[in-house]
Design a protein around this ligand. Structure first.
Ligand code: SF4
Length: 574
């Protein structure tokens, strides 16, 4: 599993199904097709339904796809049945998320029997991992696009529309040639596909030469209303935004599919990142979350930078020297390198309008004091660290290929608590990894009890296709034992979380108002005060009554009570 948290947009609900659809040709042709050209369709441009599964990186990818398609005249709908194009931006991390996608693909397939003009596309990690095998299983899929090729989505849609026109003509011809056939003959052409294939293709060069994905990031829409997907709840009414600083991952944890689907680590030029933060701030954004699969491994070597067509190119991640958890500076860099600590410092100093700067997700290895010092000295950088540990057993950590020992992780936690008083911590844990004994599990339990995370994302191990563990390590911990350990750890975490939240009762906390709470949304309302929800600097969810106009603002909340995973209080002032 990657180190990023799972989210789903929209939360579920609209479910699109099985059937067959002719195959389609694959080629990049920039000319607009009659079907895709808004001028050739009644009303506005073609309508698109886009649903996102998975981590924050996928959410940002979807926003950038929306940005591209809107610029070409497409409009978005939250009703998949009325859409001309149905896209699923997918995640391969968990089986459950994949099953949801398969179910939707099946339902849309049935819909397509009555509406053959609809284009169905699967983009993101499932597309990259399963590749064209996916369309053998589900021939109703017209379009596949991996996360490293998202700049091609508009052309793929365009080609899918074009191919449908050709297929219709072929089918009519075929029907004429063989009048006894009850159904038109389907062409069986290959679908429109853009996949990286060799996901480490960039690793042989220092620069990800002519990186098209950088152009998508650079051309993102900065208007909150432009980037909000139908049905998607953007925290803070669009005043909170994600900014990608790296893509991909080189770490090859044995349970994780990300290096296979997103490719090798690529770091963006720091000037581009700072500029993006400035533009977002100019458009009212006050909270920025920097994204990377191993965000603290960000580094950019200016002595080796390259420009293509006047654009600084992203740079593949070179091997860095681990600090071995000794607490010294982060991995050794030369004077011309922008490290993650440097980048945080630059954004904090150069974009003061960003009131809260966050980052996810960190790899516990190579988390140096320089990062902690910048957080300590920068009041607008949140004192919240998400540090996935995965296991407290060195034996299991080695099998997972995590690159650190439990003692190093604990030393990092001690350093963080010493340098950042009040810091809140969260983690990810996998129970039942192959070979995990009762003793291994107890070590994980002890680690959780020691660290006192405000919350932990605890998962039972399940082998995922495309990972090293899937191919090489038998899944030998029986499911009842996984379940027992999972429940035991959840119970322990619930106790710790409750104690941490209780300790805030009576304090006043600053909260960024993210929106009307789910409870109030379900209840509806007739104006006036509703229950709002937001987060503290330390990422503690906080509920309070207030006017919806406060969404996107900072308010002071006096904490009156605590739930196991949230605070509850009243506004003191805004
Ligand atoms: S660090 Fe490990 S778990 Fe995180 S994305 Fe990379 S390979 Fe996956």
């Amino acid at each position: 599993m990657p180190d990023l948290k799972l989210q789903q947009f929209p939360p579920s609900g609209s479910v699109p199904g099985s059937a067959h659809q002719p195959g389609h040709g694959c080629s990049a042709d920039p000319e607009p097709s009659p079907a895709a050209d808004p001028a050739n369709r009644t009303g506005d441009g073609p309508s698109v339904y886009l649903e996102t599964f998975g981590c924050q990186m996928n959410v940002l990818d979807s926003q950038l796809v929306v940005s591209q398609l809107r610029g070409l005249g497409y409009r978005f709908t939250d009703d998949w049945k009325s859409a001309d194009v149905v896209l699923y931006n997918t995640c391969s991390v968990r089986e459950q998320a994949e099953n949801k996608v398969w179910s939707r693909v099946g339902i849309v397939g049935k819909h397509k029997q009555e509406h053959p003009g609809v284009v169905l596309g699967v983009i993101g990690c499932m597309a990259e991992r399963d590749g064209t095998d996916m369309v053998k299983r589900y021939p109703q899929i017209d379009l596949l696009c991996g996360p490293g090729e998202l700049d091609k989505v508009p052309i793929l849609i365009d080609n899918a529309f074009k191919t449908k026109v050709v297929d219709d003509e072929d089918s009519r011809d075929a029907t004429r040639r063989r009048p006894n056939e009850s159904k038109p003959v389907l062409s069986g052409k290959p679908q429109t596909v853009a996949l990286q294939g060799n996901t480490h293709r960039r690793s042989s060069t220092l620069s990800a030469a002519s990186d098209k994905l950088e152009l998508i990031d650079l051309s993102r829409s900065f208007s909150a209303t432009d980037i909000e997907l139908p049905g998607e709840h953007i925290p803070g009414g669009g005043r909170s935004a994600y900014v990608r600083i790296t893509r991909g991952c080189n770490k090859l944890c044995t349970y994780c599919v990300v290096p296979n689907t997103r490719g090798a680590e690529v770091h963006r030029h720091p000037d581009h990142i700072v500029d993006e933060c400035k533009k977002l701030a100019d458009h009212g954004v006050i909270e920025v979350t920097l994204l990377g699969q191993t965000v603290n491994h960000y580094h950019y070597d200016h002595s080796a930078t390259q420009q293509v067509d006047g654009v600084w190119q992203p740079q593949i991640g070179t091997v860095i020297s681990p600090n071995k958890g000794t607490g010294g500076p982060s991995p050794t860099f030369n004077d011309t390198t922008t490290s993650f600590a440097d980048l945080l410092h630059r954004i904090h100093e150069e974009v003061p309008a960003i009131k809260r700067l966050r980052f996810v997700t960190s790899l516990p290895r190579d988390f140096g004091d320089d990062i902690l010092q910048v957080i300590r000295d920068s009041p607008r950088i949140c004192r919240y660290l998400h540090l996935p540990v995965q296991s407290g057993s060195n034996r299991v950590l080695a099998k997972m290929n995590r690159g650190y020992r439990a003692e190093q992780y604990l030393e990092l936690i001690d350093r963080a608590k010493a340098m950042l008083p009040g810091v809140t911590l969260a983690t990810d844990v996998i129970v039942g990894f192959p070979g995990e004994t009762e003793d291994d599990y107890q070590q994980t339990r002890d680690l959780l009890a020691y660290c006192r995370f405000k919350n932990s994302f605890i998962f039972k191990y399940s082998p995922r296709p495309g990972t090293a563990a899937y191919d090489r390590i038998p899944d030998d911990v029986p499911d009842p034992i996984k379940r027992e350990r999972n429940n035991d750890l959840l119970a322990l975490q619930a106790e710790v979380s409750a104690e941490i939240h209780d300790s805030f009762i009576g304090q006043t906390v600053e909260v960024f108002v993210e929106g009307v709470s789910q409870k109030s949304r379900k209840q509806g309302g007739d104006g006036g005060a509703v229950q709002l929800s937001g987060r503290t600097d330390g990422d503690l969810i906080t509920f309070f009554q207030g006017d919806p106009s406060l969404v996107g603002q900072m308010v002071q909340v006096k904490v009156e009570s605590a739930l196991p995973l949230a605070l509850s209080g009243a506004i003191e002032r805004s």
